[in-house]
Ligand binder design. Structure first.
Ligand SMILES: [Zn+2]
Length: 251
């Protein structure tokens, strides 16, 4: 059975909008106008783009270079690894400027004495949240190079690249940022005291930036197993990479 989907037109130029189920912030491929699908309202926040700086073969070279300089690896990895996949995707991120201040009280037990201690953790963040629900991405390991951002522009995106739209609103992104920062501060407080009695975090949040960033998803085959690598297409940095574990033998 063919599902009938209401065609939604760009309210700026009238062209049909293309988007996947679940996506709610959508940019028009023809004029670049960005709007919220659910409310049909114009997207009023900053929408930025980071440009991809690498070709397919340059990204492959970066993968082999990463293998070469990695310390704990099988010695034949670079020679035996075969690239099986290299896909460029523009992922939607929310960068949320937050000033977060936590006051906590806890018990310091390490000395054998139970000392009640208080402390404050106050930090400024541009907290990064991926705008997709089901996908996992190592956001904390990704230093998004915000200094290179330009206003969003479809003409600067490769035709072969896949552009994913956000499935969450700015408010949801802020809520996720708050929860993650709260958990992060709890972790920081637990470095200072052994048992937290109470912790309270206050937030000052400014307008988020919606940004599309070029991310390369690579896969390689090594001795019949597939491993994955994620590379930042703007900086060339390996964000995360899987590597065969070396089997140490004792005898
Ligand atoms: Zn349009």
């Amino acid at each position: 059975m063919v599902e009938v989907v209401e065609e939604i037109k760009c309210s700026n130029c009238g062209a049909p909008l293309q988007f996947e189920p679940g996506e709610i912030i959508v940019s028009c491929k023809y004029c670049g106008y960005t709007s919220t699908i659910t409310t049909r309202e114009a997207f009023t926040l900053e929408h930025s783009l980071l440009l991809n700086q690498y070709t397919n073969s340059q990204i492959t070279d970066l993968m082999y270079k990463w293998m070469r300089v990695s310390f704990a690896k099988p010695s034949d990895l670079e020679n035996k690894a075969k690239l099986t996949e290299a896909n460029l995707k523009y992922l939607p991120f929310w960068s949320v400027p937050v000033e977060a201040s936590s006051t906590y009280k806890g018990v310091f037990e390490r000395t054998g004495l139970n000392i009640v201690k208080e402390g404050v953790i106050k930090k400024n963040y541009n907290w990064l949240v991926l705008g997709r629900r089901a996908a996992t991405f190592p956001t904390r390991e990704y230093e998004i190079p915000l200094e290179g951002k330009i206003p969003f522009d479809f003409t600067r995106i490769e035709k072969s690249a896949q552009v994913l739209n956000s499935e969450i609103t700015e408010l949801e992104a802020i809520e996720i940022a708050r929860q993650e920062i709260e958990a992060h501060h709890k972790f920081l407080a637990s470095q200072d005291v052994d048992k937290i009695i109470e912790i309270k975090t206050e937030f000052k949040v400014e307008d988020a930036v919606y940004i599309h960033a070029p991310i390369w998803f690579l896969a390689y085959n090594y001795k019949g197993e597939v491993y994955r690598i994620i590379i930042d297409g703007a900086s060339g940095e390996v964000i995360k990479g899987e590597m065969p574990t070396i089997k140490f033998s004792l005898f």
